[in-house]
Design a protein around this ligand. Structure first.
Ligand code: COA
Ligand code: AMP
Length: 634
């Protein structure tokens, strides 16, 4: 194991406050912290509690003040609109100031909330940075979520303002954002004061209503807006993520720890220097987009690529390689699903050979489990280290991986590598003790959590404690299972709860069950993720119908449509089959893991607690006749 990495990891583990105080010097504070770490009574960390800063100033002013204002901050690459445009730090600051001035004029202040529901366009990033400039807490909602999901977030975050656009483009399909915002507001008990609409001229459904104002009328160009000092522990943003119930969790990210952690990660995990081009091909609606499209590269003074496209079909499987080549990207980050999609179209990697990638140094993968085959194919075709790294919305930055800034180690396909300095990752067995090498257990992080990781849920400390701190006392419980081998490589085997991962998108099966169970024809249902060769997992449902219900053939399209309408297109359910009963334990818990094993064709043990073993055989028959041949095709 690389000695520099090992030394840093041990320092961070044994002297966390001193380690992170040292790292905190790498950013420009408005008031430098004298205290590194305070621990709350529940075990959560408060990093740099006496420090003050402004995250937008770190992203923009710091670089402009050091004479780099004319360098490129953002490259907007939009194959779906045939646009490539670069923005310098000075240009970004001008846009951010003009939005911030509009926000000041409507009376917004530090601590107010804003929702951003926008496609992958520069204005979405400008809006995030404008919020950060004023200490307004933003909550970005992924465009693939339906109005009802937006309404849930509106009611929880209570924003005074929503930033949106007329439409986005998904390959060739127009996604009309504005009517979805209108529907979300109509469904929500909380109403914002204003909706600011960026009209790209893409939609014929962009009707302006009484709360709405056009982007250009709202923004006031030509003003310098001084960055508002915020406390290190003031929230920068709330990002909602799927939990094990129907209600998403509002992960709170605090300004100070976040900035220090992202600066550290850009330098040491990704090994990217100021002025270099870094690209995370994700969406700003996910944590990867927050940390590594927007804040990480911008705090580091690297150039970030904002990509409005897909790995395939925009226009083809060569898009990633063209962008890496044309913009001299040194490090890229994507999900294994994206690589699998590219590989399907270009199995021999012939399109890669058309481009000069000689400057490209490292490919990072995350968001879902990466199968060894995909990792090996990528490494062979790209000829650079391919590093699988593991993290969550909760952590905000990687918990397992490799620090290429310290020099990399060999990778083991299938492993997400080693604990990152700051994250003392441990595998915990059923007795709550560290597991032996090779033994599978719960993947946990020994407290304290490092800077940048969540310290609370938005206005729900009780749920924060119940979800993350109570399951294994003294540890943060990630919800994932895994094991560590003799050499210290950690392998993540998947979620141990009802959260699934579809194409790198985290979704809650409990939420899907709520939608299906709401149908009057359904007596009971179970949703779970099944294996899919492209997307890793896809959701499916088994339903028990009421006696007087309509037939299953009639019901399936209705249920699929309800999932899309209530959660969104990304939750598209693959199969719905009718079963006579659901297998349960004697205490009434549905055996979803067993159902998943049946559909995936894996061996399974009949749980000793099952109340009616005969039902499993009936279900196996149903699965065989109804879906087995179709499961693995997309
Ligand atoms: N806004 C609105 N709708 C969206 C959306 C967005 N931002 N993103 C996806 N959707 C919709 C799609 O249009 C699709 O709708 P449809 O069923 O009506 O066609 C549905 O959600 C499912 O989309 P997706 O999961 O993207 O599947 P796909 O079959 O359209 O594309 C891939 C397959 C592999 C190209 C795509 O899944 C992909 O790019 N995956 C990589 C994802 C990734 O990078 N994740 C990392 C997150 S960190
Ligand atoms: P999200 O919060 O949306 O980033 O999703 C986090 C979840 O995605 C984790 O809890 C894991 O289940 C999964 N995940 C993310 N990265 C990896 C990885 N490298 N290997 C395995 N699973 C991963």
């Amino acid at each position: 194991m690389n000695a520099t990495y090992r030394k840093q990891f041990l320092e961070s583990r044994d002297h966390p406050a001193a380690f992170w105080m040292e790292q905190s010097k790498a950013i420009n504070w408005l008031k430098e912290p004298k205290i590194g770490l305070e621990t709350k009574a529940n075990g959560a960390s408060r990093w740099f509690p006496d420090g003050e800063l402004n995250t937008s100033a770190l992203c923009l002013d710091t670089h402009i003040d050091s004479g780099r204002g004319l360098e490129s901050a953002i490259i907007y690459e939009s194959p779906v609109t045939d646009t490539v445009r670069s923005y310098t730090y000075i240009e970004v600051l001008r846009e951010v100031n003009s939005i911030a001035k509009g926000m000041i004029d409507m009376g917004l202040q530090k601590g107010d909330a804003a929702i951003i529901y926008m496609p992958m366009i520069p204005e979405a990033v400008f809006a995030m940075l404008a919020c950060a400039r004023l200490g307004v807490i933003h909550s970005v909602v992924f465009g693939g979520f339906a109005p009802k999901e937006l309404a849930v977030r509106l009611e929880d975050a209570k924003p005074k303002i929503i930033f949106t656009a007329d439409a986005g483009i998904e390959i060739q399909k127009t996604i009309h954002y504005k009517p979805m915002v209108d529907a979300g507001i109509d469904l929500s008990a909380h109403k914002p004061e204003k909706v600011v609409v960026f009209d790209r001229g893409l939609s014929d459904q962009c009707e302006m209503r009484n709360l709405d104002v056009k982007w250009d009328q709202f923004c006031k160009d030509g003003f310098y807006i001084a960055p508002t000092p915020v406390a290190s522990n003031d929230p920068l943003y709330i990002l909602y993520t799927s939990g094990t119930t129907g209600n998403p969790k509002g992960i709170v990210r605090e300004n100070g720890g976040h900035a220090v952690a992202l600066k550290y990660s850009m330098e040491h995990i990704y090994g990217v220097k100021p002025g270099e081009v870094y690209w995370a091909a994700s969406d700003i609606g996910w944590v990867v987009g927050h940390s590594y499209i927007v804040y990480g590269p911008m705090i580091q003074g690297a150039t970030t690529v904002l990509f409005e496209g897909k790995p395939i079909k925009t226009p083809d499987a060569s898009t990633f390689w063209r962008i890496i080549s044309e913009h001299k990207v040194v490090t890229m980050f994507t999900a294994p699903t994206a690589i699998r999609a590219i590989r399907k179209e270009d199995p021999n990697g012939d399109m890669i050979k058309q481009y000069d990638l000689s400057h490209f140094r490292t490919q990072f993968l995350a968001g879902e489990r990466c199968d060894a085959d995909t990792l090996e194919w990528t490494a062979e075709k790209l000829g650079v280290p391919v590093i699988d790294h593991w993290w969550q919305t909760e952590s905000g930055w990687p918990m397992l991986g490799q620090c290429v800034g310290y020099g990399s180690d060999p990778v083991k396909p299938g492993s997400a590598n080693f604990p990152i300095p700051g994250y003392n990752v441990q595998i915990i067995d059923e007795q709550g003790q560290p597991a032996a090498p090779g033994e599978e257990g719960l993947v946990c992080v020994k407290l304290p959590l490092p800077p940048g990781a969540l310290a609370d849920l938005w206005q729900d400390t009780e749920r924060f404690e119940r979800s993350y701190l109570s399951p294994v006392p003294g540890y943060y419980f990630s919800g994932d299972g895994g094991y560590r081998d003799e050499e210290g490589y950690v392998f993540i085997t998947g979620r141990v709860d009802d959260v699934i991962n579809v194409a790198g998108h985290r979704l809650s099966t409990a939420e899907m069950e709520e939608v299906i169970a709401a149908n009057e024809n359904v007596a009971e249902c179970a949703c779970f993720g099944i294996h899919d060769e492209l997307k890793g997992q896809v959701p499916m449902a088994m339903v028990v119908l009421n006696h007087n219900s309509c037939g299953i053939d009639e019901l399936v399209p209705e249920l699929k449509a309800a999932i899309r309408a209530d959660i969104g297109a990304i939750a598209g359910i693959k199969h719905i089959i009718e079963v006579p009963r659901l297998p349960k334990t004697r205490s009434g818990k549905i055996l979803r893991k067993t159902l998943r094993a049946i559909v995936d064709g894996n061996e399974y043990q009949i749980p000793s607690t099952i109340d009616d073993p005969a039902i499993l055989e009936e279900i196996e028959q149903k699965v065989k006749t109804q879906i087995n041949t179709k499961t693995k095709t997309i």
